[in-house]
Design a protein around this ligand. Structure first.
Ligand code: KG4
Ligand code: ZN
Length: 411
């Protein structure tokens, strides 16, 4: 997609010195340094990392509270907030790391997928920055960055299976290399974080004293702790479809019907906090966790049948905002223990969006010399961009039946 022609190759050759070694002063070490910039959705993030993955400085501006008040992300509002904050956030990351723009080896920025208006701000800023300071530019795929974050924290060898679950995505893929993914399954409609956010809004959880500043997913996780997940039985989606794709829209419809029925029973209007919010939250969380676990179980069996994972230490990595959910992690633990996989989840702060994961992806690409562009190159953002080679049809054709598993997930 990002073609490196002869002109670019010559430029890269001229810049070899910058790309190879740039010892900075202050806190920074003498390895190559990458500035990462993230604006794909509602977080303006920046971070400076060295080649070992040490975070030298970072800054993050979250728009969560604004979007909670307006009842969801309004793209023009997100764009304006990115515009107002990007300069300060990048400046802060550089100052905290005691690194000057001249000492950077490259700038890595999310260019796909995401909200067009949000991506545009990060890209426009980054292109201006790399041109001004004559630095290489590394365009980043947001989901590739989520998938690779774990390797910043511990050595995880390719290939590994990865489940990425966030507000905008849900996918299962085999990570075979820094820029080499096999897509096993993806969502057919909405993403689990989107479903959780919408259910939380429909339940008016912002009015709940414990939830007013929490994202939908966080609010549901908190309330579910004191809920009875069996009181409102929900059907796990796609029980008769033997692939690794996901669907959450039908489930959200089931939950909306349940809420409407309860509003009628309690004699209250939409917008009033129901007395049974904890039970609805528990049922919602349990059904989403079960759906994610079942599709992941099938992906593991598919990978084993095709020899797609390491034979000695097969690993499942789970990341993205929804992966910070402890109940979902426990559901996945049931599956990995049963199938003999090693489960790795980055800490919550690295699961949600930030500049660190983008800078790390930049480091991984810089090390391998992959996708590094000169500052004057034209790059466009891409709101929609699948990750890797899509083999979901092959997975479906394999039609793997799951053994029956009792999803007895401890609360
Ligand atoms: O990865 P992320 O920060 O942004 C996207 O790329 O979408 O994920 C944000 C999503 C939101 O939908 C939020 O409700 C969800 O992650 N989330 C959670 C939790 N914390 C954040 N979902 C479930 N449980 C959580 N603890
Ligand atoms: Zn994300």
């Amino acid at each position: 997609m990002f073609l490196v022609n002869a002109k670019i190759a010559r430029w890269l050759l001229r810049c070899r010195r910058t790309l190879c070694f740039s010892p900075p002063s202050g806190k920074a070490s003498s390895s190559r340094l990458v500035l990462g910039i993230e604006t794909s959705c509602d977080d303006t993030g920046a971070a400076v990392l060295d080649e070992t993955g040490a975070i030298l400085g970072e800054s993050l501006h979250s728009q969560k509270e604004v979007h909670l008040r307006t009842g969801g992300i309004i793209p023009t509002v997100a764009q304006q907030l990115h515009r107002e904050n990007i300069e300060r956030v990048v400046q802060e990351a550089l100052e905290r790391s005691s690194v000057t723009p001249g000492q950077l080896s490259a700038v890595a920025t999310t260019v796909k997928p995401g909200l067009a208006l949000s991506l545009g701000i990060g890209l426009e800023f980054s292109l201006r920055f790399v041109r001004q300071h004559n630095k290489p530019f590394i365009p980043i795929h947001h989901m590739e960055a989520h998938a690779l974050t774990v390797r910043m924290l511990q050595p995880v060898a390719f290939p590994f299976l990865v489940l990425l679950i966030s507000g905008g995505h849900s996918l299962l893929a085999v990570a075979r290399g820094v820029d080499d993914f096999l897509l096993l399954g993806h969502t057919l409609d909405e993403a689990p974080g989107d479903t959780l956010d919408k259910v939380a809004r429909r339940l008016s959880l912002i009015k709940h004293p414990q939830c007013s500043t929490l994202s939908g997913g966080q609010a549901i996780e908190l309330l579910a702790k004191d809920g009875d997940r069996t009181r409102f039985p929900l059907t796990t989606p796609m029980g008769q479809t033997y692939d690794c794709c996901f669907s959450f829209a039908g489930l959200r419809n089931q939950i909306t019907m349940t809420i409407m029925k309860q509003e009628a029973e309690e004699g209250v209007k939409q917008g009033t906090l129901l007395t049974c919010v904890n039970d609805i939250a528990a049922a919602t969380q349990h059904t989403i966790a079960t759906h994610l676990a079942k599709r992941t179980h099938r992906a593991i069996l598919f990978c084993k049948a095709k020899g797609l994972l390491q034979s000695n230490s097969p690993t499942l990595v789970v990341s993205g905002g929804v992966a910070s959910n402890q109940y979902i992690r426990k559901a996945l633990t049931l599956i990995t223990e049963m199938t003999g996989l090693h489960l790795l989840c980055p800490p919550a702060k690295f699961c949600t969006d930030n500049g660190v994961m983008i800078a790390w992806n930049g480091v991984e690409r810089l090390r391998e010399g992959k996708g590094i562009l000169p500052p004057n190159v034209d790059v466009c953002y891409e709101p929609k961009a699948p990750l890797g080679v899509d083999i979901s049809a092959e997975v479906k054709a394999a039609a793997i039946r799951l053994p029956s598993v009792r999803m007895k997930i401890p609360n």
